[in-house]
Write a protein that binds this ligand. Structure first.
Ligand code: PSV
Ligand code: MN
Ligand code: MN
Length: 389
């Protein structure tokens, strides 16, 4: 059995969390999307906001794109624009859930023409990835049905497998297809990729360049997510995370806000399974929306939460834990685990930051930076971006 032991400082130095471009746009519920002064009108402005998060935290060197929301004429220019601001372009998220033709599905649709349109969209995403040097094509599908009998469950899986295989053929060297699962919504009866097992089955069939994307918000209440993390890492099929937190369903709230202990347990399994080791290709990403709170500080808070729980998880005395586990000392094992969780690592993190020329308190540094006032004054006119546009 391989157990990965780590030095907390090397873990902190290795931690990189990709930010989703859409986190900087307006979002909300079907009841209301609130606009906020300073919200980006363009992908360039979203990247500038993401770069600000990275500048203050040292934690977020990449920005994920969503196509077609973040479509530009020249991706090479966008790549160098990002590089000039100190960040790179990361995961490309496909979108086959907004057009009328996808009402009854995209990669699973019964109509071959619609399936081909959806496949072609993914091929375009792969081309963009090649232009910007991005590793991951993230596929999240809204495909599913609402009523028993509405669709042929088995036939939909067969068409999905066929469509994914057509896309996978074009996944180049150094690229991956990561298949995200979600148990429900927008479909309320059958979701075509509802769970890690389905995503695992399809990605195993595809091959080594395909892996599972685990979005922490996409599970039924009570699901033991750290078990899934442990299992997928063990199988070599955990490709990436979409971090967020949820109270009810797919809330996309700030990661670590709803249940910091769950985040700690997940990160413990990530470290245990080698997910933060130097040779790991596990990609960590946020997938969040900020409906009522300020967006840039919301993203800063999010990456800090991941960093804080990562350090706490790295503090677990694994040698003592193994000894307690092997002697059947249940309470000692649990106590060792909880000791790490209850450790206040904030002073240690502040000095880690200062040692790297970063502000000790990035939230305060943002508030005092004047950046918010500047974008509110400058970003006048135009159309603010939002989730879904
Ligand atoms: C919808 O649930 C979703 O939040 C998925 O998690 C995707 O990753 C994201 O939208 C962007 O497509
Ligand atoms: Mn997601
Ligand atoms: Mn989601």
């Amino acid at each position: 059995m391989t157990t990965h032991t780590v030095r907390p400082d090397s873990i902190l130095d290795a931690l990189a969390i990709e930010l989703p471009s859409w986190a900087f746009g307006n979002s909300g519920t079907r009841f209301k999307v609130f606009g906020t002064p300073g919200t980006p009108r363009t992908i360039q402005e979203k990247i500038a906001d993401a770069a600000t998060v990275h500048r203050l935290t040292g934690l977020a060197p990449a920005v994920a794109l969503h196509i077609p929301w973040d479509t530009v004429d020249s991706y090479t220019e966008l790549k160098s624009y990002a590089a000039d601001l100190g960040v790179r372009l990361g995961t490309v998220n496909s979108n086959t859930f907004q057009d009328d033709e996808y009402k009854f599905g995209s990669l699973t649709h019964t109509d071959k023409t619609v399936r081909q349109r959806a496949i072609d969209h993914h091929l375009r995403c792969l081309e963009i990835m090649t232009e910007i040097g991005s590793q991951d094509l993230k596929v999240w599908l809204a495909d599913g049905t609402n009523y028993p009998g509405q669709g042929d469950i088995r036939g939909r899986q067969d068409r999905l497998a066929e469509s994914l295989a057509a896309i996978y053929q074009h996944v180049g060297e150094g690229q991956r297809l990561v298949l995200e699962y979600k148990f429900f919504e927008p479909a309320f009866y059958v979701t075509d990729v509802p769970d890690w097992g389905t995503s695992y089955a399809h990605t195993v069939a595809l091959g080594d360049r395909a892996a599972v994307c685990l979005d922490t918000g996409h599970h039924a209440p009570g699901t033991n997510i750290e078990f899934i993390v442990a299992q997928l890492l063990r199988l070599g099929k955990l490709g990436s995370f979409d971090f967020n937190s949820r109270f009810y369903a797919d809330d996309d709230l700030i990661v670590g806000a709803a249940d910091p202990f769950q985040l700690f347990r997940i990160l413990f399994e990530v470290i245990r399974g080698g997910g933060l080791a130097p040779d790991s290709d596990l990609a960590l990403m946020l997938d969040q929306c900020h409906n009522v709170e300020a967006k840039i500080p919301g993203q800063i808070r999010s990456v800090l939460n991941v960093q804080e729980m990562t350090l706490r998880a790295a503090l677990v005395d694994t040698a003592a834990l193994t000894a307690a586990q092997e002697t059947g000392d249940v309470l000692a094992a649990n106590g060792i685990f909880m000791d790490a969780f209850y450790t206040d690592v904030r002073p240690q993190l502040a000095s880690w930051r200062e040692g790297r020329g970063l502000p000790a308190d990035p939230m305060r540094a943002y508030a005092e930076s004047g950046y918010q006032e500047k974008i509110e004054a400058e970003r006048v006119g135009g159309t603010q971006t939002s989730w879904g546009a």
